[in-house]
Design a binder for this molecule. Structure first.
Ligand code: SF4
Ligand code: SF4
Length: 374
């Protein structure tokens, strides 16, 4: 016999989830919004969303017989995180890789439910890695309301939410929608550094720093680089300005006082932006394993470091950026040139490197940098 809804909830709380709600397994009307968003190309290069659209809109085509979603949430609020000496890291990526710890909790809960009588194979899910509209399921289950920032905001613990879900063949009583709304607030829309929130509830990923510094491969759009500021990985602005963010119970919990999975990764206190710019393959494959930041790839991390260094404008970074002008990776060469152009004073080095450059895209970067460095 499957476990009672009360036992499912109790076991989920025991597995470290702060919020546990039951709801429909499909995204409902948000599915249509998702389709329109895809059709406008606002997902950028995240092709897996296009490829999985059928499964996302209709979970039954992915897992036969699903009836309910067990929506799960963990608060990850906390102090601002950055590399040694500067270079902001979004809070969700500052600790151990959340893909791992959250997935471990979800899978462990699933196994426990199977031991309690849920038939094997009838309960599936994960965290940020399964073809579902996670935020829509969370909102429909009552984890929180869908906010103008396109985030889900819990009326009790706020917007710093890591979401996971299990889709199950069990009939679970739906909890209904959470109370609350953004009301007349538009702080996130006004504060977004790249104007990526193009309408309430709608983010154009191609402009969003949480996409351009993580998912985007290759060159960053020149018009968005200055807006990146000193951010190295991701962006928290739309949450930081949200009045609900103060509800996070972990907001002022620092260092070792934080839950183990949410403590700042040791990398943050050791690595500087210049170190990352010079990150080699060996160190990437050893010291960076276990951080969510690997999602950006080594090339993307080095690109992000160059952009942040250019925006910080510290001339002490110029020697490392100059060395990077002859890097094997054209993306690193191009962004190092951009950063030097922004810092200024490296015309001879840029000229010399440009004369040897063969990649047209990088030559363009050198040209732009030389005009900026004038
Ligand atoms: S994460 Fe940053 S760039 Fe993206 S929508 Fe929020 S404020 Fe804008
Ligand atoms: S900042 Fe205001 S508009 Fe944006 S998500 Fe928060 S409450 Fe909603």
């Amino acid at each position: 016999m499957p476990p009672s809804p009360a036992l499912v909830r109790e076991l989920a709380y025991e597995h470290g989830f702060d919020l546990v709600r039951f709801g429909p397994a499909d995204p409902g009307p948000d599915g249509q919004r998702f389709l329109a968003w895809l059709e406008q190309g606002r997902h950028g290069e995240m092709r897996y969303l296009e490829e999985n659209r059928g499964r996302i809109l209709n979970p039954d085509s992915w897992r036969k017989g699903v009836r309910s979603a067990i929506a799960l949430g963990v608060d990850y609020g906390g102090p601002r995180a950055e590399l040694n000496g500067g270079g902001q890291v979004a809070r969700y990526a500052a600790g151990r890789d959340y893909h791992r710890w959250l997935r471990d909790r979800v899978f462990s809960l699933r196994q426990r439910l199977e031991r309690e009588g849920v038939p094997h194979g009838t309960c599936n899910g994960g965290a940020d890695s399964v073809p579902v509209l996670e935020r829509a399921l969370a909102a429909r289950s009552g984890i929180g309301f869908l906010a103008k920032s396109a985030m889900v905001i819990s009326p009790t613990i706020g917007p710093y939410l890591q979401l996971g879900e299990l889709l199950t063949g069990m009939e679970l009583p739906h909890d209904g929608l959470a109370p609350g709304s953004c009301g007349t607030c538009s702080a996130c829309i006004d504060a977004c550094p790249t104007s990526a929130i193009v309408a309430p509830h709608e983010v154009d990923a191609r402009r969003c720093l949480s996409y351009t510094t993580i998912e985007l491969r290759g060159f960053a759009a020149p018009e968005l680089r200055i807006a990146q500021g000193d951010r190295f990985f991701g962006c928290d602005v739309c949450i930081e300005v949200c009045p609900f963010h103060k509800k996070s119970p972990l907001l002022d919990v620092h260092g070792d006082a934080r839950p183990k999975d949410l403590r700042p990764h040791a990398l943050l206190s050791r690595w500087t932006l210049v170190d990352v710019l010079e990150l080699d393959e060996t160190r990437y494959e050893t010291e960076w394993v276990g951080t969510a930041m690997r999602r950006a790839t080594r090339s993307g991390l080095r690109r992000n470091a160059a952009v942040a260094l250019g925006n910080i404008g510290d001339a002490k970074a110029a020697p490392a950026l100059t060395r990077a002008l002859v890097d094997l990776d054209p993306v690193v060469r191009g962004h190092a040139a951009w950063a030097l152009g922004r810092i200024g004073g490296a015309r001879a080095e840029l000229d010399a490197a440009r004369s040897r450059e063969t990649a047209p895209e990088v030559r363009e970067e050198f040209d732009r940098a030389l005009s900026a460095a004038r």
